[in-house]
Ligand binder design. Structure first.
Ligand SMILES: [Zn+2]
Length: 426
């Protein structure tokens, strides 16, 4: 049976915290749910089945713990009557399969010991992740091999309404925050999560991954709809070639939006992005965190993507400039304009290709050009070196197949109800 969660996403001061929170989650290599602490002390556990890690365990004692910082293989094996020479032999023998220097603090391990008076360890099992493990068979000739637990994938649904603070509600949510992160990634190009507002709603069908009945993490989102200011943003996971799948809306357009290659139609790059270059005006070496496009004064400058103006004004060095926020990750900035296009002020929504100003040489500039600056997560990066998403729609040859796919997933998604719909009296 599908388990339905309610995840109340929120707004406000929490939105900023959310993204740093997401970033943290993204860099964790372990699914949160698998980190139920065993504690440092070794405990003897009653095996739940006759076989674990592909080994018959019902005739052995099963000890489990997590590696402590600075704990080595010898520290855990010596107490179970494995001698130093034996450990030495084991380490050498393990090398082609697993380097024991990679045993990491916080990872689970199991030791299977004889139930007789020797109490000697027969197996040592190291769990490198929730699904991967290495078996060290300590008996006679010793054998080291890798194993993998079977992952069961279950389909689950979630629906929610944005109430107030995103971050707080995530902490209180029944669903893994990883789902919210997946959702934010999926919609990064189409929904500005900084601008979500109270009353925005979403529904999602996604995968939950289990190992031996234990939840180990969120898998892929299969379909979702995000309702922002009463506008529906659908997204369906679909694989149109053998490489990898992506998200497309109900019309078959990619949810990702590519940026224009340059903010000017006809121009030449007069100075590239560099951490160190000789500044022609200041006559000294400094980094140039932008790309200069030279063009005649008055050439229209276009926004390279959809977004919202966050700054438009004059600076001593920048001259007349406009800065645009595209999504939670990317912003762009355009300097030295002769004139800012009319109506460009903070809060103004711009479309890709829209004229935001005109080439000039205001501020610190030798000749007419636009200094184009590209921000990723608050840092200036070289946009020409960035791997930016392509936004290929569903190709003609896959159109029919995609429509069939939609006929399965859209009704499935539409059947999921928003929380307040449920609360109506029957
Ligand atoms: Zn420049």
């Amino acid at each position: 049976m599908e388990k339905k969660h309610k995840l109340y996403l929120l707004l406000g001061a929490g939105a900023l915290a959310l993204f740093s929170f997401f970033t943290l989650q993204q860099h964790s290599d372990q699914p949160v749910a698998s980190m139920a602490p065993l504690g440092n002390a070794e405990i003897v556990v009653e095996p739940v089945s006759e076989v674990a890690f592909g080994i018959r365990v019902d005739t052995l004692h099963l000890h489990q713990a997590e590696f402590k910082p600075n704990q080595f293989l010898a520290d855990v094996l010596l107490p179970h009557h494995i001698s130093y020479p034996e450990i030495d032999r084991l380490v050498k023998k393990a090398k082609p399969v697993f380097d024991v220097r990679k045993l990491a603090a916080g990872k689970k391990f199991s030791i299977l010991t004889a139930q007789d008076s020797t109490a000697k360890a027969h197996y040592f099992i190291y769990e490198s992740s929730a699904t991967q493990y290495v078996v060290f068979d300590l008996r006679d000739t010793m054998r080291i091999y890798k194993g993998e637990r079977e992952v069961e994938v279950r389909e689950a649904t979630s629906a929610g309404v944005i109430q107030s603070s995103l971050y707080e509600s995530l902490l209180a949510a029944e669903t893994s925050p990883a789902l919210a992160m997946e959702l934010a990634n999926m919609y990064a190009w189409s929904v500005d999560f900084y601008r979500i507002q109270k009353g925005d709603r979403f529904k999602v069908i996604y995968e939950q991954r289990f190992v031996e009945g234990e939840f180990i993490g969120v898998g892929a989102i299969k379909a979702a709809v995000f309702q922002h200011k009463s506008e529906d943003f659908y997204g369906f996971y679909y694989q149109q070639d053998s490489l990898r799948g992506d998200y497309y809306d109900e019309k078959g357009n990619s949810l990702r939006k590519a940026f224009l290659q340059a903010p000017l139609k006809y121009s030449r790059i007069s100075s590239g992005f560099s951490r160190r270059r000789f500044h022609p005006v200041q006559k000294r070496y400094k980094s140039h965190l932008g790309t200069d496009y030279a063009a005649p004064k008055g050439t229209p400058i276009m926004s390279v993507g959809d977004g919202t103006v966050v700054k438009a004004g004059f600076g001593r060095f920048n001259g007349n400039y406009v800065k645009i926020r595209h999504n939670g990750t990317y912003s762009t900035q355009y300097l030295h304009m002769s004139k800012i296009a009319s109506g460009m002020k903070p809060g103004r929504v711009v479309r890709q290709g829209e004229v935001i100003g005109y080439v000039g040489s205001t501020g610190l500039a030798t000749g007419p050009h636009v200094c184009f600056r590209f921000w990723k997560n608050g840092k200036q990066v070289n946009h020409r070196a960035e791997k930016l998403p392509a936004s290929k729609p569903i190709q003609e040859e896959y159109k029919a197949d995609y429509l069939e796919w939609l006929e399965v997933w859209k009704p499935k998604l539409d059947q999921v109800t928003f929380p307040e719909e449920e609360q109506l009296p029957a």
